[in-house]
Ligand binder design. Structure first.
Ligand code: CA
Length: 290
């Protein structure tokens, strides 16, 4: 990765927008596992920020971006996967084509097995994939008192993008201890099938965290998995290869912001149900005898 730092030269593929604050206008929720579920990995920073550092797919010629993670806890049957995005598009630029509520774009997380997880991890077979068409909320309009193309957050800091969550239902998917995940979507020029037309999705970025995950392990904090078609974005002399979803170095401290939640396996649930049923029978039997 050789992008952070280009911000000073006007590069907006990865941009940092300041202070911590409570999140606004999130799509879905994340971070608190509901009853019966476990968070088995999360790199999403808490408290939620108005905006986060992010990787722009159109700006960085990206087709897929993700990481190699190792799950904590015991459950391995997924319930949800939630990614944090940063949207830089505002309604006034797209009101001729989209509604005030936002724009939708098909987004796909891919989960892969890991080849050689302990030595030189690389992408192996696909475990699961899913595409949904979520609504991406516009970032607020430009605010007087902020530099051009920025809005003022509730903390009075100025931001270029609005962080928000997208949640995917991966019920029925069992994962091993290690996976490589990748997030992909089409922009005007990049993705599996580029749209070939300009759209607000050109301003949609995958959020990054600059602190280690609070649950689970970022197996190599210096490595992210990235498919970009532009060789100049990859770390010189590193393992990165253009147009291949594989490892690239010099990413520390940044890691894609994502949360995996899991539930007990169906066999465990069946066992619990059977135990409860057995208890009920015993009680009835005693009552009958008594
Ligand atoms: Ca990593």
């Amino acid at each position: 990765m050789s992008l952070i730092g280009r911000e000073d030269a006007g590069f907006t593929g990865i941009c940092r927008a300041g202070a911590l604050a409570a999140a606004v206008m999130v799509v879905g929720t994340v971070g608190t596992a509901s009853a019966g579920t476990q968070t088995i990995y999360t790199s999403v920073q808490v408290p939620y920020e108005i905006n986060v550092v992010s990787l722009g797919y159109q700006a960085t010629s990206t087709r897929e971006f993700g990481d190699h993670v190792r799950f904590a806890e015991t459950y391995r049957d997924l319930s949800t996967v939630t990614v944090q995005m940063s949207n830089w598009a505002k309604y006034s630029d797209w009101s001729g084509s989209y509604g005030a509520g936002g724009y939708s774009v098909p987004i796909t997380p891919n989960l892969y097995n890991v080849l050689n997880p302990l030595s030189s991890p690389s992408v192996s077979s696909l475990i699961a994939t899913q595409t949904i068409n979520p609504t991406i909320v516009w970032r607020p309009e430009d605010t007087a008192g902020c530099p051009a193309e920025k809005f003022m957050g509730s903390d009075s800091a100025c931001y270029s993008g609005l962080a928000q969550f997208i949640q995917f239902d991966f019920t029925g998917t069992t994962v091993p201890e290690d996976v490589i995940f990748g997030l992909t979507f089409n922009t005007q020029s990049y993705g599996a099938v580029p749209t070939t037309v300009e759209g607000p999705y050109n301003s949609l970025n995958f959020g990054l965290s600059d602190t280690p995950p609070t649950v689970g392990t970022d197996v190599n904090p210096n490595v992210a998995f990235w498919n970009t078609s532009h060789a100049g974005f990859l770390t010189p002399g590193g393992p990165g290869v253009v147009n291949v979803f594989g490892p690239d170095t010099n990413w520390s401290p940044y890691t894609p912001a994502i949360t995996f939640e899991a539930v007990p396996e169906p066999a465990t649930l069946l066992l619990l149900a059977t135990a409860a049923f057995g208890l009920g029978v015993t009680r009835r039997t005693r009552r009958a005898l008594g």
